[in-house]
Write a protein that binds this ligand. Structure first.
Ligand code: ADP
Length: 177
């Protein structure tokens, strides 16, 4: 599913965040130490090779809502934006921190002159953020931020499961109408 807001295309698809070769920067659902972990971070670091963890080491630790930009190393993407999502119920207010992730990632990408980014569903795995409210925060923040983007023209959300995709489609449908 694709929908344009302020000239920016928001695209939802099922897939693997490490397999988005047409995208300038993929977003990592990082840990504070910016090292290889489980879920998205594990998949990204495995695909990128050890050079990514080396580049990340002096940039860590980061705080909830913060994002940092690195190269993509052996990934098909030239860049990775590492965002630390909130641990649900621990890093409060979780909705503010989650919105900060999406907003900061988009602003950094735009300031760097990138044209396309791909996000996973930040915080909805190991960090325990329930899918529906996380989707509301993610999509309302992205849609709102489209008004400020001058370089980024494609924002893709790469969802791992059919249910994740379905919930995102329902929310995006509603925001478009
Ligand atoms: P967090 O620690 O921020 O919760 P996780 O990596 O544990 O991040 O999970 C975030 C979301 O990404 C979950 O919905 C998970 O199912 C999904 N996910 C895990 N691996 C991948 C992948 N390779 N590509 C896209 N999404 C993924």
């Amino acid at each position: 599913m694709r929908q344009a807001f302020n000239g920016v295309t928001i695209e939802l698809l099922r897939g693997d965040i490490t397999d988005q070769p047409d995208i300038d920067a993929i977003i990592n659902a990082a840990n504070a130490e910016l090292q290889i972990g489980g879920g998205v971070a594990g998949a990204i670091h495995r695909a990128a090779g050890p050079g990514l963890a080396e580049e990340c080491a002096p940039l860590a630790p980061i705080s909830p809502g913060e994002c940092v930009l690195t190269a993509g190393h052996e990934l098909p993407n030239p860049h990775v934006l590492h965002c630390l999502g909130p641990v649900y119920g621990v890093d409060e207010p979780s909705d503010t921190y989650l919105a900060d992730c999406y907003r900061n990632a988009l602003r950094i990408a735009d300031d760097a002159g990138l044209t396309s980014v791909a996000f996973p569903a930040i915080s909805t795995g190991a960090f325990g953020y329930p899918l529906e409210p996380a989707t509301e925060v993610a999509l309302t923040t992205i849609v709102h931020e489209t008004a400020n983007l001058t370089s980024v023209g494609l924002v893709r959300l790469v969802l791992f499961s059919p249910r994740d995709l379905e919930v995102h489609e329902q929310v995006l449908d509603r925001l478009a109408s």
